[in-house]
Design a binder for this molecule. Structure first.
Ligand code: AMP
Length: 629
């Protein structure tokens, strides 16, 4: 980057892990563990890979022809054998695999034995329908056991699943189904959110009118009375009933496709990141286990959805390859009441939770009385990913949720990386405002545009050097789009975020490179200003953008959502601007501040600053297919 990015936010809060926590952690000395992993990358991952079941061994651990990697070359495996069969052969057959909750409180429980049977039945029925290894199957289902079983059933028979978040509109569904060339779609007629029925079938019908590759639609009919089936439609339950519990896992080459998952790019065309059985299984499982310090008795709840990478790697595949009990809940995190998340922890005895900063900020806005009402004593760890974790949200989570029982862990990753890359390891000191350090096997660097390392605490581009087993292998049907990530700076993967690294090796992510503010020649990441606004007691959430200005180049405009109990006023506006000026300096003080009722976000909860900017400037906002309405 020609001009350096300044870091204005000075945050001193640290959270030390309790000694008894460190004593019981899977990794007690993160720095030593990390060194070992990068000093002998292939050796490290080979050792981890041996913890899994393989149908045939690898000839080589890694083949790296920049930017293309192959891991566990020549080996055969099937990720579902490691998610399911292995536990049946061991002593987990009757262990709870999935405790699913509906928004209305309905509860359904699946042991590993039952889950295995359901997956086998659907897998064998799909095979009978003519679905073969390599065929693409689109899944347009909410977070239901059926949605999860559909993913695993595809993987079981070697079909490539592509989950499309149930809630994306018909254009997005059409593009994704078409791009993957899906032959079969497994869908639900409806989803339930905030007490409302979401008509998924209507959206699907519109989308499929323009996707000629689709031969069959398997419909999970939830609503009563059941809707009639069309000519190419099959009832999910009937199909399941026709299947056999005997369904051998398809022997997959380590590098055979497991799934495609679409990111929303800034341009119109969706980007289908594609992953493989072997490396993904090993990397995603291992990194989740280290991040969440997983033990046999854990009850783990991830608040994401199967439509996102988090919902694949740390909700389904990672936890079940580790034999962990998973809680999953369909619906909104503040419905039917503002305390439902805390009630769920109490009800299910959740020990480890994975959520997003956007959720934490929402809980913060709703007020401390909600977590205080419930017994959260089982909860031992809270992990958080998806956006910068504002120091205030981190402190709030410690104070009102964890209450000294365990860590709150930031971790950074992307759809493309498939698993956490940088984060605070459970036995590591957490520094507010910093994500943490690289996880095993990753070499993260902060570089300028010429590929030179920037000085400590100076912003630059976040880059990853070298391959990692679970990385995406291509952008479906467009390998040159994969290569673009590796071309901007020769030798490294450029993540598109701006970051800093401090003297202790802790990285902070300041926001997306595209969103960097440029005020009178000072380049500032969005996270510094937003986190400073959120540190004011009245602010629950904030987004900032740069607006063109004839004198300063850009001025900052802030959009602010207030916490409950506060009302907008000119006095409060002035106070908030002054708050930023005092903490970060005049350069970062917003020239404009608007109290907003809502911020535009992706369906996965990330603030869409480019939409705010486009609204402000009357320009084209780009791809809106994943916007939350
Ligand atoms: P996605 O691929 O949709 O999961 O989005 C990935 C992007 O989310 C990253 O490039 C970051 O901009 C952002 N992100 C994810 N985790 C974090 C985190 N812990 N801190 C800051 N930004 C994050």
């Amino acid at each position: 980057m020609s001009e350096k990015i300044e870091t204005l936010l000075q945050e001193a809060s640290r959270f030390e892990p309790a000694p008894e926590w460190v004593a019981n952690a899977l990794v007690r000395d993160p720095d030593r563990h990390y060194r070992r992993s990068v000093d002998d990358l292939a050796g490290y991952w080979q050792e981890i890979a041996r913890e899994f079941e393989w149908m045939a061994p690898w000839r080589a651990v890694l083949e790296w022809k920049y930017p293309d990697a192959k891991w566990f070359v020549g080996a055969r495996c099937n990720i579902t054998e490691n998610c399911l069969d292995r536990h049946l052969r061991g002593d987990r057959k009757n262990k709870l695999a999935l405790l699913w909750l509906g928004e209305d409180g309905e509860e359904r429980a699946f042991t590993f034995g039952r889950l295995h049977r359901e997956v086998c039945k659907l897998g064998s029925a799909l095979r009978q329908l003519g679905v073969r290894k390599g065929d693409r199957v689109a899944i347009y289902m909410p977070l239901t056991p059926e949605g999860i079983v559909a993913m695993l059933a595809c993987a079981r028979i070697g079909a490539v699943h592509s989950v499309i978040y149930a809630g994306l509109g018909s254009g997005a569904v059409r593009d994704r189904v078409g791009d993957a060339g899906a032959k079969v779609v497994i869908a639900s007629d409806v989803g339930y959110r905030r007490g409302k029925v979401v008509d998924l079938k209507g959206i699907l019908d519109e989308a499929l009118a323009q996707t000629p590759t689709v031969e069959r639609v398997i419909l999970h009919r939830r609503a009563e009375p059941k809707i009639a089936l069309g000519a190419r439609e099959i009832d999910f339950e009937d199909l399941l009933a026709s299947g056999s519990t005997n369904c051998a896992p398809e022997p997959m080459d380590s590098e055979d496709w497991l799934f495609i998952l679409y990111t929303s790019g800034s341009t119109g065309k969706p980007k289908g990141c594609a992953y493989v059985h072997g490396g993904y299984m090993v990397g995603a499982t291992h990194l989740w286990k280290l991040l969440c310090d997983v033990h046999e008795d854990d009850v783990y709840w991830c608040t994401s959805d199967i439509g996102w990478i988090v919902g694949h790697s740390v909700m389904v595949y990672g936890p079940w390859c580790n034999g962990t009990t998973v809680v999953a809940r369909e619906g909104a995190p503040d419905f039917p009441h503002a305390g439902i998340v805390w009630e769920t922890i109490e009800r299910c005895g959740v020990t480890k939770m994975f959520t997003a900063p956007t959720a934490l900020r929402m809980f913060m806005r709703l007020g401390t009385e909600w977590p205080a009402k419930y017994d959260l004593s089982t909860l031992r760890l809270l992990a958080c990913a998806g956006e910068p974790l504002n120091p205030e949200a981190l402190r709030w989570a410690h104070r009102h949720v964890m209450q000294g029982r365990g860590p709150v862990l930031d971790n950074w990753w992307q759809t493309e990386t498939a698993a956490p890359v940088i984060g605070t390891w459970p036995a590591m000191t957490a520094k507010a405002g910093k994500v943490g350090k690289p996880f095993p096997g990753y070499r993260a660097e902060v570089l300028d545009r010429d590929g030179q390392p920037v000085a400590p605490n100076t912003g630059g581009l976040l880059c990853l050097r070298g391959p990692w087993p679970q990385m995406f292998r291509t952008v479906w049907g467009a390998h040159e789009r994969y290569e673009q990530y590796f071309r901007q700076i020769p030798g490294v993967y450029v993540a598109g975020d701006v970051a800093t690294v401090d003297e202790d090796g802790y990285l902070a992510v300041l926001g997306r490179a595209d969103d960097v503010l440029n005020v009178a020649g000072h380049r500032i990441g969005t996270a510094d200003v937003e986190s400073t606004l959120v540190s004011h007691p009245s602010v629950g959430e904030a987004a900032v953008i740069g607006k063109p200005d004839p004198i300063k180049g850009e001025v900052i405009k802030a959009f602010v959502l207030l916490r409950s109990g506060f009302t907008p006023s000119d006095a409060l506006r002035a106070e908030l601007v002054e708050h930023v000026r005092r903490l970060l300096g005049p350069i970062a003080a917003p020239a404009e501040l608007e109290f907003a009722a809502k911020l535009p976000k992706t369906r996965s909860g990330k603030i869409l600053r480019r939409v705010l900017k486009a609204q402000e400037l009357g320009t084209d906002p780009g791809d809106l297919s994943t916007i939350e309405e």
